[in-house]
Every structure is written in structure tokens, then in C-alpha cells.
Design a protein around this ligand. Structure first.
Ligand code: ZN
Length: 206
């Protein structure tokens, strides 16, 4: 079964489709929500193309590897085998012509932000302290600490940026028979192609 197509992706309060980014009347958070071909007869997806290129994104959640793919007939998501990460173990597919709505929102990637603060940031600070205090008496050790500071500082910066700046862009595709949610960070080609295959212009990303 599909879910309610015209709802806020954050709190599931009902929301109207709109071409612009909107704020939920109940929780106040931003998202965009547009009607797909199964809910709006004016939306015409391009004809089925069996040779359409398959595009996919992969992401991991704790210990499992998940994927989403644009197949010729629809958008699919599921779990990949944990050993080689190539073969799908299960999948849900929503046909492009059965898409009722697509919602797009930006969730802060709190796991990355918290792990940046808990692990690499303190290590980087200790390394910086080590480098500064041993600079005169033990320049070799100071050099090693300096390298440690750069490496862990860089890691902390990458994780913080991913968590707080880029966020985790999500698209929720509600179909007649199922729901597919895809984090598409950094995959604008996938995002644009998803909308094109549904017969829609890409929705604005909040
Ligand atoms: Zn809401």
C-alpha cells in the first residue's frame, strides 16, 4: 500500500502540493511537495524506454548497505548484500506513472555531526597541543603531532560540513502501491533524472 501522498515529510500533517518550497502548518519545517502523474492528469511522464540508463545511489545505515535506482520502469530502493554490496537482497519499486507525489526536504545528518564532535575534533585539539608544546624540545614529535592535527582536523571538518551544511537531502516518492525514500546528497543528476522520468521539472530543494 502507498501512504498519504499530500503530507509533510517531517510530521505527516496534511499539506497541499506546491511548486515552491513551503513550511508545514503544524511543525513549521521546510519542504517541497509536488503532485506526480498518478495524482495530476496534466503531468505526462515520457514513454517507457527499456534502454534507459540505470542510475543508482548507495548509502549505509549502521551495518547495512542500501541503494536506490532509476530502472527503466520505476524508482526502486532496497538492501544490498553485505559482502560485496552489489546484489540487491530485497527491493520496493514505484513505477514512474504510479507516482502520486514527491516530497523533498533536508534533514540534518546529526550522526555525522555528533561523531565529528566526539572523536576527531578532540584528537585534533590534543595533537595541536602536542605540536605547540614540543616544538622547541622535540621538533620530530611536534611534526608528527602537526600531521595528526591536519588529518583529524580535516576529518572533523568534513564530517561537520556533511552534518550541518550539506545536510542529508531526502526525496520521498509516494506511489499507488508503495513508498520509496532516497537520500540523494551530491547526486543532482539522479535527482533531475528522477523528476524527468516522472514528467516533472525538478522540485526546489529546501
Ligand atoms: Zn510538519
Amino acid at each position: 500500500m502507498g501512504g498519504a501522498p499530500f503530507t509533510c515529510p517531517w510530521c505527516a500533517a496534511s499539506a497541499p502540493p506546491s511548486v515552491a518550497v513551503q513550511r508545514c502548518a503544524r511543525c513549521g519545517r521546510a519542504f517541497s511537495l509536488i503532485a506526480g502523474p498518478a495524482a495530476d492528469a496534466r503531468v505526462q511522464p515520457p514513454p517507457y524506454d527499456p534502454s534507459a540508463r540505470r542510475m543508482s545511489v548507495k548509502w549505509s545505515l549502521i551495518a547495512v548497505l542500501l541503494f536506490a535506482a532509476l530502472n527503466p520502469g520505476g524508482v526502486a530502493t532496497g538492501m544490498l548484500d553485505p559482502v560485496i554490496g552489489v546484489a540487491p537482497i530485497n527491493q520496493t519499486e514505484v513505477a514512474y506513472r504510479d507516482v502520486l507525489s514527491i516530497a523533498v526536504w533536508r534533514k540534518l545528518a546529526l550522526t555525522e555531526a555528533v561523531s565529528a564532535i566526539l572523536v576527531p575534533l578532540p584528537v585534533a585539539l590534543v595533537a595541536a597541543y602536542g605540536a605547540l608544546t614540543s616544538l622547541r624540545d622535540a621538533p620530530g614529535f611536534a611534526g608528527i603531532c602537526g600531521i595528526g592535527f591536519l588529518l583529524f582536523g580535516l576529518l572533523a571538518a568534513i564530517l561537520l560540513r556533511r552534518g550541518l551544511v550539506v545536510g542529508r537531502r531526502q526525496a520521498r516518492i509516494v506511489g499507488r502501491w508503495g513508498i520509496v525514500t532516497v537520500p540523494f546528497d551530491g547526486k543532482r543528476a539522479f535527482y533531475n533524472e528522477l523528476f524527468r522520468r516522472c514528467g516533472l521539472p525538478p522540485a526546489p530543494i529546501p
